[in-house]
Write a protein of this length. Structure first.
Length: 478
């Protein structure tokens, strides 16, 4: 067993694909990079959607005048952002095959049969991403990021039904807290009034402009956005179970490494787009808000990106942020712990919100301010309360924060169950598989409480936890 507070020997470092360095400054640097890049993934996606550029299709200049049209339109292209994400995910194959990043000791490269079996989770990942991105069109980036926390609820319910996992009392309390948090955040996101700046033109960014008061149409679109995000998290929970089989249920030595799985999901996604792009372009257009799910003109998307250096730069930032986040999250979880990783994930949600507020109040130009998010009384206070509930529920679910009204017996039983899972299958390969499974559940829905053995986790089990937790959690990138 390798001690967690000692640097791994050279041969282990080589096997794990570590980036060199074990000092506190090194760890803090990568923690900072993880937080910044994770925040950028959500912000850059939202800013892309709100950026206007000249394209091939027409859109209305104002919400209430369909006759006043222009080709200078917001880049409301959720499918194109999925294509960007899949391209960034496929780059993980370069990290895996060329740089050796994420190759588990004793694990051979995946067989052709295993690679072909990735099509199902890849399709589920594509579906949940486009649903989430479409929802992001209608809500603020902070509301979007907080609503994604509902995956804990869906994962818990599905894991009990399909995986036979048992939820302890603190898990159930945590699920109730997260459910309340999502409801509070959704209420705030639906009814908050976005103030307009009289000094700024409506055309500087991608905002709708107009009155401060939220119209019934705007409220309806916000409800639609929240519903799409929730459905996306349900699909994500199903995807977790499909991917768990690929990472832990394959023949000995052929389990799919998380880095490799993410890369092949990206590659499968690109193959899907070979048929999706023309189908979406030729599908009938619709004025319905939800029409972007079944129709998107990729020729218009390409024309908008080509005509706007700003939009092209944002697309590049988005892709780089996803890849950098993957690398940084690996280093953080391998060198620190899954607990630190979970805390940084919570900070990422707060970081998205603070960054939006900073853009609005500290932006030096109307363009930058248009990409920000205002503090609106009383709804922002309600959103802050929802964030507090979400943070408490998430950390309580992981067992990081112990609920005072839950007995210590419950936590002890969860740790005992975790110990049994870690030893399941026997030998190094069994522990590695258990580590990957536990790591994935930590990333999306940690169902086994706080029984994380940090000393063991630096070995094969920790490799699974780190790569799985960081890369699979960030594929939605947003």
């Amino acid at each position: 067993m390798i001690e967690a507070d000692k640097p791994p020997p050279p041969e282990v470092k080589e096997e794990l694909g570590f980036v060199g360095g074990n000092s506190s400054g090194f760890k803090l640097f990568w923690a900072f990079v993880m937080l910044v890049s994770g925040t950028l993934t959500t912000l850059s996606a939202k800013i892309q959607f709100e950026t206007k550029a000249h394209g091939l299709n027409n859109c209305s200049r104002t919400l209430d005048d369909d006759a006043d049209v222009t080709t200078y339109c917001p880049f409301n292209k959720p499918w194109f952002s999925v294509l960007e994400m899949k391209s960034a995910m496929s780059l993980c194959l370069i990290l895996y095959y060329c740089l050796g990043w994420g190759k588990d000791p004793g694990m051979s490269d995946p067989s052709w049969k295993t690679v072909c079996s990735v099509w199902l989770p890849a399709m589920l990942d594509l579906l949940n991403t486009v649903l989430g991105n479409t929802g992001l069109l209608f809500v603020s980036s902070s509301v979007y990021q907080m609503t994604r926390g509902s995956v804990v609820v869906f994962s818990a319910l599905l894991s009990v039904k399909w995986l036979g996992k048992e939820l302890r009392a603190f898990h159930l309390w945590a699920v109730a807290l997260v459910t309340c948090a999502v409801a509070v955040v959704g209420l705030a996101g639906t009814f908050e009034e976005e103030p307009s700046d009289p000094k700024c033109s409506d055309d500087v960014g991608g905002g709708d402009g107009g009155s401060d008061a939220p119209s019934s149409s705007a409220n309806g679109q916000a409800f639609l956005g929240l519903g799409l995000i929730l459905v996306a998290q349900l699909v994500t929970a199903v995807q977790i179970i499909a991917e768990e089989r690929l990472m832990t249920k394959q023949p000995k030595g052929q389990n799919l490494s998380p880095v490799c799985l993410v890369g092949y999901e990206g590659l499968w996604g690109l193959l899907f787009f070979a048929g999706l792009a023309p189908a979406l372009t030729l599908s009938p257009d619709s004025n319905l808000a939800v029409g972007s799910i079944w129709h998107e003109d990729f020729l218009d998307s390409a024309a908008q990106v080509a005509s706007s250096p700003r939009l092209a730069a944002l697309a590049g930032v988005y892709m780089v942020a996803i890849l950098v986040y993957n690398v940084a999250a690996n280093v953080v979880t391998q060198r620190l712990s899954a607990v630190v990783r979970a805390i940084l994930e919570a900070c990422r949600t707060l970081g998205v919100w603070l960054a939006g507020l900073g853009l609005f109040y500290l932006g030096g130009s109307c363009l930058i301010r248009s990409y920000g998010e205002a503090w609106v009384v009383p709804w922002s206070f309600l959103e802050l309360g929802g964030f507090g509930l979400l943070l408490l529920g998430t950390l309580a679910y992981k067992g990081i924060v112990k609920l005072p009204w839950v007995s210590e017996v419950e936590y002890a039983m969860a740790e005992e169950a975790e110990a049994r899972n870690t030893d399941r299958g026997g030998g190094p390969n069994g522990k590695a598989a258990a580590g990957m499974e536990e790591g994935y559940s930590q990333a999306y829905s940690p169902l086994e409480g706080s029984g994380t053995d940090v000393d063991q986790s630096l070995g094969q089990g920790r490799l699974g936890k780190g790569l799985e937790q960081s890369l699979l959690d960030s594929r939605a990138g947003l």
